[in-house]
Design a protein around this ligand. Structure first.
Ligand code: MLC
Length: 381
């Protein structure tokens, strides 16, 4: 990826108190699974080795997934203690998820708070997102308690936004920061795939794709609108959400007593390819300087799968290398659903290719089909 020129944007005058990402943190559970061992492991723990053709199919999907390894909270030990999710479809997941989701979220939130250099008690708003379980009170409250946030913190939970969740949460955080002077918003996203772990079924290749690509992770970002004094990383210039018409069946998730069933459609990559440019142009295009094309921007794209990234690259006619950060995250961690985008942002800033003032687009792709776009500007060093 080459360093880019730093275009200026047009609406600074109308948005004096623009929100920015001030700090971020990411983390994964400890169990690391090489992708080339996954099919053998998965069919063994689900006692499905007799489904020989399906297992071969799974091996092929894993080989072609662009993923080297994934991380999981669960392990073989989980299924020795709780055999239900692996073999009977009657899982007893709730206690595990109710504890592990806020704990993982707290670990990443602490990293972001540390990086920010101000105490947790300065957090005024919490926006929490997950699909890995639902409780009342929710994981957001447990997270607030683990972090020791003030009891006055204003909590917003966003459940079941799938792979566009963290971009949507950041959009909400941007509005909160820009409309509440002094606000310091903690965005936390945590996903554990234990909620959707199920034995393979012969007529459900879509579920096999889910089992082969999705993985566990959490990310946190602190958002404020205090200007340069706060040491911003990325200014959040403008955000948009676009829902593709008649695409509800493009990614279908349903929560049952036995856990979540999530089925991405085989047509999802084509839907993305056909629509991504229009979503970009309509969503944040008007703020990109005239003459600036998609290749003049940096890109943080949800690494949903190799075919998804290839579709975004093709649909926007991006130069090779433009999605390297997303491809790297896919390879090293798998598809951590909405959380992935925070890993991509973190990867982009670590690479050191971004130029102060450089513009880029963050793109989340989730059920709907929903495309969440946010125009970002790299803050001055
Ligand atoms: C799964 C793959 C790695 C497999 O790649 P391959 O190179 O092996 O080959 P391929 O794409 O031709 O697929 C192999 C065979 O599997 C079938 N196949 C692929 N995806 C399928 C799906 N979702 N449902 C049912 N069948 C599917 C193909 O039709 C083909 O069938 P046949 O062999 O009969 O021709 C890739 O297709 C991929 O990256 N797909 C995108 C995955 C995806 O949807 N990710 C988003 C998850 S949801 C998400 O991130 C956001 C959200 O919505 O929340």
């Amino acid at each position: 990826m080459t360093a880019q020129a730093a275009p200026t944007i047009v609406d600074d005058a109308v948005q004096p108190q623009r929100a920015a990402m001030l700090a971020m943190g990411t983390a994964n559970p400890l169990n690391c699974m090489p992708q080339d061992e996954y099919a053998d492991w998965y069919f063994r723990v689900t006692r499905s080795d007799h489904l020989i053709n399906l297992k071969e199919n799974m091996k092929k999907i894993c080989r072609n997934s662009g993923i080297k390894k994934r991380y999981f909270h669960h392990s073989e030990e989980t299924f020795r203690r709780h055999p239900e999710p692996a073999v009977r479809d009657q899982p007893s997941l709730d206690d595990i998820l109710a504890t592990a989701v806020p704990e993982l979220a707290a670990a990443v939130a602490l990293r972001a708070i540390d990086e920010c250099g101000r105490p947790a008690s300065d957090i005024t708003h919490l926006v929490f997102t997950t699909y890995s379980g639902m409780h009342m009170p929710g994981a957001d409250l447990r997270l607030a308690s683990l972090l020791g946030l003030p009891s006055s913190v204003k909590r917003t939970s966003m459940y079941f936004h799938g792979c566009s969740a963290a971009v949507a949460a950041l959009r909400v955080a941007k509005d909160l920061a820009e409309n509440n002077p002094g606000a310091r918003v903690l965005v936390a996203s945590a996903e554990l795939t234990l909620i959707l772990f199920r034995a393979p079924q012969e007529d459900h290749i879509d579920e096999l794709v889910t089992q082969a690509l999705l993985s566990d992770g959490a990310g946190a970002v602190i958002v404020g609108a205090g200007g340069a004094d706060e040491g911003p990383l990325f200014e959040m210039v403008s955000a948009a959400q676009t829902t593709l018409p008649n695409s509800e069946d493009g990614a279908d998730g349903q929560l049952y007593a036995s856990g979540m069933v999530f089925c991405p459609s085989a047509k999802l990559p084509a839907l993305v390819r056909e629509n991504v440019e229009q979503c970009f142009v309509e969503g944040v295009g008007p703020l990109v300087p005239s003459g600036g094309g998609s290749n003049d921007l940096f890109w943080a794209v949800h690494p949903g799968g190799l075919a998804i990234l290839d579709s975004v690259e093709g649909g926007l006619a991006l130069a090779p290398g433009k999605l390297d950060a997303s491809r790297h995250v896919l390879s090293e961690y798998g598809n951590m659903s909405g959380t992935s985008i925070i890993f991509v942002l973190d990867e982009l800033r670590r690479r050191g290719d971004l130029q102060p003032g450089g513009l880029g687009v963050m793109l989340g792709i989730g059920p709907g089909i929903t495309m969440e776009t946010m125009l970002l500007r790299v803050a001055a060093a």
